[in-house]
Design a protein around this ligand. Sequence first.
Ligand SMILES: Cc1cc2nc3c(=O)[nH]c(=O)nc-3n(C[C@H](O)[C@H](O)[C@H](O)COP(=O)(O)O)c2cc1C
Length: 321
Amino acid sequence: MTTSDRPKRVLAICYSQTGQLARIAHQVLAPLRENPKVDVHLEVLRPVPAYPFPWPVFRFFDAFPEAAHLIAPKLEPLDLKGGEDFDLVILFYQVWFLAPSLPVTAFLKHPMAISLLKNKPVVTVIACRNMWLMAHQKMKCMLDGLGARLIDNVVLADRGNVFATLLTTPLWFLTGRQAGFLGLPPPGIAPPEILHAQRFGLALQNALANDAEKSAAPLLAGLKAVEADARLYFTEQAATRSFYFWGKLVRAAGEPGSWIRKPLLFLYVIFLVALIVTVIPANLALQALIRPLLGKQLARMKHDFELPSGSGDERMSNYVI
Ligand SMILES: Cc1cc2nc3c(=O)[nH]c(=O)nc-3n(C[C@H](O)[C@H](O)[C@H](O)COP(=O)(O)O)c2cc1C
């Protein structure tokens, strides 16, 4: 069988706690799975030990030092053997503390990752609250290190207000209830947006049929793949520095889960809350004041963060679902 006769092989990587990212993966993969000319291998990551959901407060904050320093947890053995040859890789990931989530980092640091991803076209699909800019920088570095070719990036984020989601999202993770609070809307990605993620699977299916994954051009341009809010970059940068610095301190104190990390984490949470209620509003207010000066820089940053897929919508009408 020549390469043009055989079905296209797609590797999808996913981990999901609440089921949100799993539902997005399901929508994106549905058209590919239904197509007899495409073979989809979905690898669901299983960290050891499993991360709890809902999170006890200490466990939640105890995850940030390793997330910030990209220190991967162990994974249960993968179903993959390592010698497989995929035509396209779809990496679904969520953001944890402004970095790719630890289970996904663990996959990228797995000894098998290089043979699976080297020279392969990779599509990343992010689902998060709304702060993903620094995480994606880290993701790009890890993919570069593996010799993978990032050809598309899709981002689905909570459309709620930055401040409202800063309250409702942690409440969701700590209580397990995805509910509104004090009149604020429930956190998470709106169900119609999850449903419409199917357009990406349809477009990928068409691209694979035309061997378009072999070229360097994005396959998902014109589909409103990503909308970057560059104003959040400065806040993310400040918070990442603090995660990195405090993470180093906490890691020096002990291993994840050890009681000796608790007092340091407690101090850090106070510091973090102070940071959130001061730095984010101060940053946004300052940017609003100097917007005429920053306008061009922000527009350039927005454009760069939206690469390679972009925020254009010119092909949306081809994929009405
Ligand atoms: C420990 C932890 C840290 C998180 N940090 C961020 C973050 O820095 N930025 C962000 O936009 N979302 C953040 N989120 C939200 C996740 O990216 C994601 O949307 C949510 O966990 C749902 O994913 P799931 O499919 O795994 O349930 C965080 C979630 C958890 C559990």
